[in-house]
Design a protein around this ligand. Structure first.
Ligand SMILES: Cc1cc2nc3c(=O)[nH]c(=O)nc-3n(C[C@H](O)[C@H](O)[C@H](O)COP(=O)(O)O)c2cc1C
Length: 196
């Protein structure tokens, strides 16, 4: 039955009656976690690295594509962090974080920050350099967009915590984004010039 669903690429989800922070025990009986991840992989995203200062001058980062803009007034964004992620207690404690949007060619940086275990040697090899914003939040130099945020709300949602961040500073740079689709890194293609 599920194989048929997969072939026609249409999934039936149980009707959600309410979206709230009390969804820890919510089950989706028609889909396994693997199938759900595969389905959601059909939504193309950029790739960010979320950063928190864990000790003076020392940074913990995590690759995240759950980054979303939320509000213009006030300026709000959100990220979702898995309950086992090493960065989670730091986010809860520091209540501020950076978001750096990766560029094309930053695949190895994305992989590094998705593998846990920080390493000074790897950061040197990958030319990872941090910049501290005026509000004292670390972000990654050389990225497309760097935001510093203060946590204004957090919500438990299943096995993730949603952190809503109020944006204090933003710095934008030229370049092309690294994309993520179907579990793979992608590059943005230019639309071919219109022929007359
Ligand atoms: C492209 C990509 C996007 C990811 N997005 C998220 C995310 O939004 N939230 C999250 O909790 N983990 C996300 N992850 C997984 C984390 O990066 C990874 O589990 C974590 O860094 C593992 O290390 P840690 O447990 O030591 O923190 C993503 C991984 C990749 C490769």
């Amino acid at each position: 039955m599920l194989a048929i669903f997969l072939r026609i690429r249409r999934f039936a989800f149980p009707r959600a009656t309410m979206v709230s922070s009390k969804t820890q025990n919510m089950k989706t009986p028609t889909l396994s976690a693997h199938q759900f991840r595969k389905a959601l992989g059909h939504f193309a995203t950029g790739v960010t690295v979320v950063t928190v200062e864990r000790a003076p001058g020392s940074v913990r980062g995590m690759t995240a594509n759950s980054f979303t803009s939320v509000s213009l007034d006030p300026l709000l964004i959100l990220i979702c962090v898995e309950k086992r992620a090493a960065i989670l207690p730091l986010l809860e404690k520091k209540k501020q974080f950076g978001v750096s949007v990766l560029k094309e060619g930053h695949e190895a940086i994305s992989e590094y920050f998705s593998k846990g275990a920080p390493s000074a040697e790897a950061e040197q090899r990958l030319s990872i350099h941090y910049r501290w914003t005026p509000s004292g939040i670390p972000v990654l130099e050389g990225t497309l967009l760097q935001l510093s945020c203060e946590v204004v709300a957090s919500h438990l949602a299943g096995d993730h915590t949603i952190f809503v961040g109020k944006v204090a500073e933003a710095e934008i740079h030229d370049g092309r984004p690294l994309l993520y689709f179907g579990g793979e890194y992608r590059h943005m293609a230019r639309r071919p010039a219109a022929t007359t």
